[in-house]
Write a protein that binds this ligand. Structure first.
Ligand SMILES: [Fe+2]
Ligand SMILES: [Fe+2]
Length: 289
């Protein structure tokens, strides 16, 4: 299956740039207006993003997710301090445009600083700092479509509000009667914790940090790319009361991820003591990858 290694995006940021194009307005949560405008945009990146979603939607099957969870959630690849992990993550460099794009760490720092500036709890600042750490999956040889992209439940019918949902017809699960009904393998209102999401950097970082942050922060990590839920209000029939309570937290986080990008890198040397103390407060001295 050589196509599964294809990397249509010239950088992982292209996916997030595209999400920003789709949701340009922080106030557009749960309206379809932005989605309509997005459909008409003309940009050279559009084809690569399309190609990326074609692969993502075709190959993210229920079995694929089960297999990736069994493999990566053993966390037996590497053990690093958070600082070493940031350096490791930064090896993900954008070959297309090294001058204009900030590295991964700068995006994390800009997200966390924007959260801090607004006076949110310190654990949420830490969520901002850590939320894309799961992108190290790329450095373990995983293809782009198994690391980034909007996430969605597998094992049940797809919402047509998932971006490029037309590509799901190429997914083997689409014609599998076990998986293609509204509830599929799930019970009504079973709660998202019982639902398997398409595999990527959200679930991976959630599992890595699940013993160290408050529940609200864990939801932010785990579902930050689940746009069909936190932006489009889809999949209500899978949600339980707990998910509904957590949704506003996921929605609170999303604008910091999307709208904090700034060409000016934060002054890391000045910020360092604050972040060293924050990390020491919540996280163990090393993390397992
Ligand atoms: Fe992310
Ligand atoms: Fe992000």
């Amino acid at each position: 299956m050589s196509t599964t290694n294809a990397s249509p995006l010239t950088s992982l940021d292209q996916w997030e740039d595209d999400v920003l194009r789709r949701y340009p307005d922080p106030e557009s949560i749960a309206t379809s207006k932005s989605t309509e405008a997005y459909r008409n945009y003309e940009a050279p990146e559009r084809d690569t993003v399309r190609e990326f979603y074609k692969l993502n939607h075709t190959y993210q099957t229920y079995d694929f997710v089960v297999q990736k969870r069994e493999d990566f959630l053993r966390f037996n690849r590497k053990e690093m301090s958070v600082w070493d992990a940031f350096q490791f993550l930064n090896q993900l460099v954008d070959d297309s445009d090294p001058d204009t794009d900030l590295d991964q760490f700068q995006h994390l720092l800009q997200t966390s600083e924007a959260i801090r500036r607004d006076g949110h709890p310190d654990w949420m600042v830490l969520v901002g700092l850590m939320h894309d750490m799961g992108k190290v999956l790329c450095l373990f040889g995983e293809p782009q479509w198994a690391v980034v992209g909007d996430t969605f439940p597998v094992g049940c019918a797809y919402s047509n509000k998932v971006v490029y949902s037309e590509f799901f017809k190429d997914n083997p699960d689409y014609n599998n009667s076990e998986y293609n009904t509204q509830y599929g393998v799930y019970e009504p209102h079973c709660g998202l914790r019982n639902v398997k999401m398409s595999w990527g950097h959200d679930e991976y970082v959630y599992q890595m940090l699940k013993d160290h942050l408050p529940e609200e922060g864990l939801y932010m990590l785990r579902y930050h790319s689940f746009y069909a839920w936190h932006r489009e209000n889809e999949y209500s029939y899978l949600l339980d009361e707990h998910d509904k309570k957590m949704l506003p937290w996921v929605q609170l986080f999303n604008p910091y991820d999307l709208y904090s990008k700034n060409p000016e890198p934060p002054d890391w040397e000045k910020l360092r003591p604050y972040y060293e103390a924050l990390i020491a407060k919540y996280l163990p001295s090393t993390l397992k990858f």
